[in-house]
Ligand binder design. Structure first.
Ligand code: Z5A
Length: 211
């Protein structure tokens, strides 16, 4: 059986990743592909426990270095117990955030050196990477407005100032420029239907959807 593909979705808060994942799941399933939807931090019982302590509480609850280690502890559990087994069974895994979020949030946002995070990534995951990373790009003000409109309690990360969110946006665009063979940028300011259409066009161009 052919190994499945790992597609990761990245971008700032409220960019539309969750909305896009719903559309991608339907579109891929309509082609007969077995799709597993998951998220980070989280995706396994142990990683969801870590998600809870990472996203809730005071903004200064963790240093960036502790956050990076906790994110990777959750990620290793997720990759070993959920993502790799699903890929081995031929499923396509669509994951809301992955290692690029650590580069952006704890690296550029939190001041950790890119080389140190790369060493951590290699220690935790070896050569394991996404087959395709879709970066949903949006003006951070619009993203925060969308999340506030949902009326949910803000996570620790949403409480950071607007300069922080602008740096994150640039960090994701820089990652896409550094790794164009793995990453592609989608304009998240477009209507959700257009974002989905563009994402499917990229998937068709970059990955074979032959089941
Ligand atoms: N984090 C980290 O620091 N380091 C790491 O390594 C990892 C994560 C893996 C996870 O939060 C937090 O963890 C995250 C980074 C940090 N920071 N925060 N906050 P999360 O999972 O709770 O939040 P999120 O990933 O940012 O997701 P989100 O806020 O739910 O946004 P979204 O999934 O990108 O957007 P959405 O839910 O699809 O859409 C938001 C609203 O906009 C919703 O009402 C939609 O109906 C609407 N929407 C969606 N698309 C459109 C378009 N195209 N037009 C208009 N309106 C739209």
């Amino acid at each position: 059986m052919a190994r499945g593909k790992l597609i990761t979705l990245e971008g700032g808060e409220g960019a539309g990743k969750t909305t896009l994942i719903r559309g991608l799941t339907k579109a891929l399933a309509a082609r007969g592909i077995d799709v597993v939807v998951t998220r980070e931090p989280g995706g396994t019982p142990g990683a969801e426990l870590l998600r809870d302590i990472l996203l809730n509480g005071d903004v200064q609850r963790w240093s960036s270095r502790t956050e990076a280690l906790l994110m990777y502890a959750a990620r290793v559990d997720h990759v070993e117990r959920r993502i790799k087994p699903a890929l081995d069974c031929g499923a396509w895994v669509v994951c809301d955030r992955f290692a690029d979020s650590t580069r952006a949030y704890q690296g550029v946002g939190g001041g950790l050196k890119a080389e140190e995070l790369e060493e951590l990534r290699h220690f935790a995951l070896g050569d394991f990477r996404a087959d395709l990373t879709l970066i949903v790009d949006i003006d951070p003000e619009e993203g925060l407005a969308r999340t506030l409109a949902r009326g949910e309690k803000a996570t620790r990360f949403e409480k950071f100032d607007s300069g922080y969110h602008a740096r994150l946006r640039q960090a994701f665009l820089d990652i896409a420029a550094e790794e164009p063979e793995r990453c592609a940028v989608l304009d998240g300011m477009q209507p959700a239907e257009a974002v989905l259409e563009n994402a499917m066009a990229l998937i068709d161009a970059r990955l074979s959807t032959a089941a």
